[in-house]
Ligand binder design. Structure first.
Ligand code: SAM
Length: 205
C-alpha cells in the first residue's frame, strides 16, 4: 500500500522515510512470528508498514491518550488482521505494564528523545515483566555517544527539542544501555541508520 499524506491522518514524512530502512533490518533481525508491542505508535505508519509486510507478526500499537483517536482512525482505515486495536500506554504511569501479556518484542521509534528521562527510566523498569524469555527491545532514533552528537544536525535537533520542551533531548547511549543492563538486557546490535539515527537491539538474558 502507499503511505502518503493523502492516506494517513497526521502523516509523518520522517516516519515514511525511515519505514523502509527499518523494515529491512527487522526482516533480518526477527523470526517473523513475534508478538510486538509498539510504544508511541504515533500515526500508526510503522505499525501498518511493518505488520503489512511481515504478516506473521502480531502487532500491538499503543500511545498516550491524546494520540489514540488519530492512531485508531488510521488503523481502522489501513490496519490488517495482524494489527490489534490501539491501546493506552503512557510511560508517565508507573504501572504501564499492568494487564499486559508478555510479548516477544518491544519496539519504539523516535520516542526516547521526546518523552522526559523519567519516562525513559519507567519504560526500562518493567521490561523484565513484559518481555518473554529471550525477548527483544528495539529502539530507533538519534543518540549521543561519549556525550558527542553523531552529526551537527543532531546537535541542532537537540537544541530545538529542548527549546520546545525542556524535558526532551537526545539521549546518551551509555545511559540508556545502563538502564537496559539493569533490566537484564544485553546489547545485541547497534546499527547505524540513514539520517544519523541508530537502531539499538537488546535481548533479555
Ligand atoms: C515523534 S513521535 C514518533 C511516532 C512514531 N513512533 C514514529 O516514529 O513516527 C513520538 C511519540 O511518542 C509518544 N509519547 C510521548 N510521550 C509518551 C509517553 N509518556 N508514553 C508513551 N508514548 C509517549 C507521542 O505521543 C508520539 O506518538
Amino acid at each position: 500500500m502507499i503511505i502518503d499524506e493523502n492516506s494517513f491522518m497526521g502523516f509523518s514524512p520522517a516516519s515514511a522515510r525511515n519505514g523502509e530502512p527499518i523494515l529491512q533490518r527487522l526482516t533480518e533481525l526477527l523470526a517473523g512470528d513475534e508478538t510486538v508491542l509498539e510504544v508511541g505508535s504515533g500515526t500508526g505508519q510503522h505499525a501498518v508498514h511493518f505488520a503489512g509486510n511481515l504478516s506473521g507478526l502480531r502487532w500491538l500499537p499503543s500511545d498516550i491518550e491524546q494520540q489514540l483517536p488519530l492512531l485508531q482512525a488510521n488503523l481502522d482505515r489501513h490496519g490488517g488482521d495482524n494489527i490489534a486495536s490501539s491501546r493506552l500506554l503512557d510511560l508517565q504511569q508507573s504501572d504501564w505494564h499492568a494487564g499486559l501479556d508478555p510479548v516477544d518484542l518491544i519496539y519504539s521509534a523516535n520516542t526516547l528523545h521526546i518523552m522526559g528521562w523519567a519516562e525513559v527510566v519507567t519504560l526500562f523498569r518493567h521490561l523484565d515483566q513484559v518481555l518473554t524469555p529471550q525477548g527483544q527491545l528495539i529502539i530507533y532514533g538519534p543518540f549521543r555517544y561519549s556525550q558527542n552528537f553523531t552529526s551537527e544536525s543532531n546537535a541542532e535537533f537537540d537544541q530545538w527539542l529542548k527549546a520546545r520542551n525542556p524535558v526532551s533531548g537526545i539521549r546518551d547511549f551509555e545511559a540508556v544501555n545502563a538502564l537496559a543492563m539493569q533490566a537484564g538486557l544485553l546489547l545485541q546490535d547497534d546499527i547505524k541508520m540513514p539520517a544519523n539515527n541508530q537502531l539499538l537491539v537488546w535481548q533479555k538474558e
